[in-house]
Design a protein around this ligand. Structure first.
Ligand code: SF4
Length: 327
């Protein structure tokens, strides 16, 4: 198969970054020392985001995940998520948050019809949380998780980036959360988003993570849902929740990748790792038709080749900070 040939997979999932602002400073996310936030006019307005969301189902998108930066820091996010639920052709609306404002907004988000919630949480220890994120918000985040669970968000997923020498001694504790709660805890391989040396120091392959969890029992594989992301999902016998493993580096999932990304600046990315981007904002602000926007989506889908993903272990993400892409 030639590298440039499109892969026969269904692209039905769009991750939409609605802001590059965040109330945390996770050390592995972005080179904060040199990072500059987007000028506000460069960030897509909600009506522009909704227009793109309305075009997306016309090219096969059925699921939209709202991300950031941290999406809950943007004013009007609850109304935006409400409006997304009214977009014809969209079957699923999801949110990924770092949870700092979750306790405050959980009820309002739940009232929009939102049910699919992912919480980014890399430790269950307060002091370590401060080390990783640069902020002492651990207690708020845990209170937000409790509130979301009590309200009945389902699926309620916890995304944990595994950092060798930092939180890899908490793998069992994270996994044991699924014994007592119907959460889906997903372990995510650390991607080379900052300097390669630091990345190589903290990278722990998913195979090692799974090896360490063997003491809890045999992992029973579960079938992924139609619009599911890259996680390989398992359940431990007798546990209420599931475990997911996302190995973007050591065992990438390009052949089954079903997603596109829209950056906060309005650029469509066929792949997290590839440098190509298609600008939707400028054409839209110059009066482009929905047909033209749909054809730009088609172009982005055509650019998703089967090997466009991660090529080599020492090349950081091309050209854009993770905080602006939304993972
Ligand atoms: S965008 Fe996510 S990973 Fe980056 S600093 Fe914010 S919470 Fe952390």
């Amino acid at each position: 198969m030639s590298v440039e040939e499109p892969f026969p997979r269904e692209i039905n999932y769009l991750r939409v970054s609605i802001t590059d602002r965040c109330n945390l400073r996770c050390f592995y996310c972005t080179a904060w020392g040199t990072w500059e936030k987007l000028p506000a006019p460069e960030i897509l307005r909600y009506e522009e985001l909704l227009r793109i969301a309305a075009v997306a189902p016309k090219v096969g998108i059925r699921k939209i995940r709202v991300t950031g930066g941290e999406p809950l820091v943007r004013r009007g996010v609850v109304d935006f998520i409400q409006a997304l639920h009214e977009v014809p052709g969209l079957e699923e609306v999801c949110l990924t948050t770092n949870g700092v404002k979750l306790q405050e907004l959980a009820q309002a988000l739940y009232d929009t019809g939102l049910r699919h919630l992912n919480l980014s949480l890399d430790t269950l220890e307060r002091d370590r949380y401060l080390k990783i994120t640069g902020s002492d918000n651990f207690l708020e985040v845990m209170a937000g998780l409790e509130k979301a669970a009590a309200l009945g968000f389902n699926p309620l997923k916890i995304n944990c980036v595994v950092l060798n020498g930092i939180n890899d001694d908490e793998l069992l504790n994270f996994a044991l959360l699924t014994r007592d709660y119907p959460y889906q805890v997903r372990f995510i391989e650390f991607m080379p988003t900052v300097d390669p040396e630091r990345w190589a120091h903290h990278f722990l392959p998913m195979a090692e993570v799974r090896r360490r969890l063997k003491v809890l029992g045999p992992l029973e594989p579960l079938e992924p849902e139609g619009t599911a992301g890259p996680a390989r999902i398992f359940r431990l016998p007798g546990f209420r929740g599931d475990l997911g493993f996302i190995s973007s580096v050591s065992d990438h999932h390009c052949p089954t990748c079903n997603r596109l990304r829209l950056t906060a600046a309005g650029r469509l990315r066929p792949c997290l790792f590839a440098g190509q981007e298609l600008d939707l904002k400028v054409p839209m602000r110059q009066g482009a038709t929905d047909e033209l926007l749909a054809s730009l989506f088609q172009d982005a889908i055509r650019l998703k080749t089967c090997e466009s993903g991660y090529r080599s272990l020492d090349s950081p993400l091309p050209g854009r900070a993770m905080v602006s892409i939304g993972g």
